[in-house]
Design a binder for this molecule. Structure first.
Ligand SMILES: [Zn+2]
Length: 641
């Protein structure tokens, strides 16, 4: 899905003026009924009244019992249920609103584990809004609001399929599906999978048949109906194997969309080259408005906001979801980054196929770098658990940067081999974050646990400050991590490029912890030294790198008086080391207890300054002690509030 922030302002204004409620703001993952069935197949027979908005019909689930039970919860909200049969026998129902489900109750003994059951539910979804929290599932508009024809469509992600069809509404329970949708003649029904014909019935009604033979999650099922014009371009997947690319849009948009199909064909070629052959039987796009989103990647039949029907970014994003989200589906909504980060990174990969590394780099920085977004401070895994919206930017552009960083760490070959194996192992199924990590582990032959802990489950990003000193054929690189104290430190490898007018060399360092000092042999005096010159890693760099051809080496060991002093909150402390030394710089209160440790470990010869934040300490006298090798010195400081 692409959220509405990707949609031009004009359209958002239109939304406001026609007041479609809270759509686009609420993306709550609802509870999945704890049910003893695994659905194998959905048969959806529904009729849509294109004047009133009534939706009614029957959903038939063929399922396997995963445990013995005489009560079967099925997700359904605000649906009027007339009748339920299990294997042709009438069962009763009760409602469990806390689980957003109805519970189908056996009149007798129920069913045993391993049994196959056929559950048929006759139901109706009454017209009208609102549904609670803007969770409508099925949207219906008439041409009275200014659109070219009456319009009905489903929009279910993450947990709203239950508002238009009884189902087991969990992204991990995928099933095959067939949809038989009856509408008045003149309307066109776009849906999932392969078109299997349309049959005319009584009363000027036509039933459209669609078959999805590939497993599909309920939130990816879609029915979109209006008086659409259809454009088709065959995409050649392999010798004697073509897949139709299609637009279902209103006639005024048809020529522009048909003209855009060759670009979609190019995207399909590019993404197939990156991710493997397109996995489904067709790829269609419908254009609708009002729509509270940019696009939604319904399997084989993306729904696009009419205002971005041919927007490159949205079109390639939803197309990429066919691999990442639809073929391989997030196992739970905590794993939604496995859908969204991948589709967002695919936007950048598409640019890379068109313009090489410079285009990739430009897109990553210009389009996907949002340090100022609040949710960026979190990690891509489980946004709701961190207090963010399920579809917050942390799972889009920050997650894309995390994937880009993973690619930088393991290299192009292992990165794309990891994607290929992830597809081959989990295609047609769902995967959780640790499944993806295990795939990367197995392809790279090493544990990626640290990487995932820091970048996927952890929060923040590295904020590096660096200095470089060259002397005696040695470059000393000092990298500090300046990010917030409650963020982790990162141990990602970084490229460093050192160059002079005539020489250029690239080497890799892996700075870990708050302070890291690395020495590398370098036989020339560099005129520039750049950290991560190819932008392979998500990071911020705060202090400009300083370069000295000759290090200023102090004559003596010294600890200067802090400044300012007395101080209120923060102060600075400088010291000089004539030689590299193991240092310990600590602050003590008048009772001799250590209240802060400001530096520790191996430091190189030179001048050093650290900032001391005493905002958590009481007013009074404190003592600063520096030890370096065998030498030490003490200063008295005064904190006044
Ligand atoms: Zn998306």
């Amino acid at each position: 899905m692409t959220c509405s922030r990707n949609v031009p302002l004009l359209m958002l204004c239109l939304f406001t003026s026609i007041a479609i409620g809270q759509a686009g703001k609420n993306h709550l993952a609802g509870p999945t009924a704890a049910t003893p069935i695994d659905v194998l197949h959905y048969k959806i027979d529904i009729a849509l009244d294109m004047t009133s908005g009534l939706l009614e019909g029957r959903v038939t689930m063929t399922a396997r019992m995963t445990a013995a039970a005489n009560a079967i919860p099925v997700n359904a909200v605000m649906l009027e249920i007339d009748h339920v049969t299990v294997d042709g026998e009438t069962w009763s129902i009760t409602t469990d609103s806390s689980e957003e489900s109805v519970v189908v109750l056996a009149p007798g003994a129920g069913r045993a584990a391993g049994d196959t059951v056929v559950i048929a539910v006759d139901y109706r979804r009454l017209p009208g809004f609102p549904r609670p929290g803007g969770r409508w599932g099925y949207y219906f508009f008439t041409d009275s609001i200014g659109v070219p024809a009456n319009l009905g469509y489903t929009m279910s992600e993450p947990s709203d399929a239950r508002f238009w069809m009884p189902c087991v509404d969990a992204p991990a329970d995928k099933a095959t599906a067939e949809l038989h949708v009856t509408v008045p003649a003149g309307y066109v029904v776009a849906s999932n999978g392969r078109f299997a014909g349309a049959t005319s019935g009584a009363g000027g009604l036509v039933t459209w048949h669609w078959t999805e033979s590939h497993p599909i999650a309920t939130y990816l099922l879609a029915v979109t109906v209006s008086k659409f014009a259809v454009s088709t371009l065959p995409f050649v997947r392999a010798v004697q194997d073509t897949v139709p690319l299609q637009y279902y849009v209103w006639p005024p948009d048809s020529a522009a969309c048909a003209a855009y199909l060759p670009t979609v064909d190019s995207m399909m070629t590019a993404l197939s080259g990156l991710f493997g052959p397109y996995p489904f039987d067709k790829y269609g796009m419908t254009g609708v408005v009002p729509f509270g989103y940019g696009g939604m990647e319904h399997q084989t039949i993306t729904t696009l906001n009419r205002y971005v029907e041919t927007d490159e970014k949205v079109v390639v994003h939803e197309l990429a979801h066919q691999w990442w989200g639809d073929l391989v589906t997030c196992g739970t909504w905590k794993d939604v980054w496995l859908n969204e980060s991948f589709a967002t990174y695919a936007e950048a990969l598409w640019r890379e196929t068109q313009g090489g590394r410079p285009a990739l780099r430009r897109y990553m920085h210009d389009e996907l770098e949002h340090f100022y977004f609040g949710s960026w401070q979190g990690g891509p895994y489980d946004p709701e658990g961190q207090g963010f919206n399920l579809f917050d930017d942390v799972v889009y552009s920050k997650g894309a940067w995390v994937l880009h960083t993973l690619r930088g760490v393991i290299g192009d070959s292992l990165f794309f081999r990891s994607l290929a194996r992830y597809r081959s192992v989990y295609g047609g199924r769902s995967a959780v974050t640790d499944d993806f990590r295990s795939v990367v582990d197995s392809v790279t032959g090493r544990s990626m646990e640290n990487f995932f802990d820091e970048w996927v489950y952890g929060k923040g990003w590295p904020v590096y400050a660096s200095t470089f000193v060259w002397a005696s054929d040695t470059l000393t690189v000092r990298v500090t991590q300046e990010q917030a104290a409650d963020w982790p430190t990162f141990t990602v490898p970084l490229h460093v490029r050192a160059a002079s007018a005539s020489r250029d060399t690239l080497f890799t360092i892996t700075p870990g912890g708050r302070i890291a000092v690395v020495r590398v042999p370098l036989s020339f005096v560099p005129s520039s030294v750049v950290l991560d010159p190819d932008s392979l890693v998500l990071k911020q760099i705060v202090a400009p790198a300083g370069i000295a051809a000759e290090p200023a080496r102090p004559e003596t060991f010294s600890l200067a008086q802090n400044y300012p002093n007395p101080f209120n909150g923060t102060t600075h402390i400088s010291y000089s080391l004539p030689e590299d030394a193991s240092v310990d710089l600590a602050v003590f209160n008048v009772l001799g207890s250590c209240v802060a440790r400001l530096a520790g470990g191996r430091e190189y010869a030179g001048e050093h300054t650290v900032r001391f934040d005493a905002s958590h300490l009481a007013s009074g006298v404190y003592y600063l002690r520096l030890r370096a090798g065998a030498q030490s010195d003490v200063r008295r400081m005064m904190l006044i509030r």
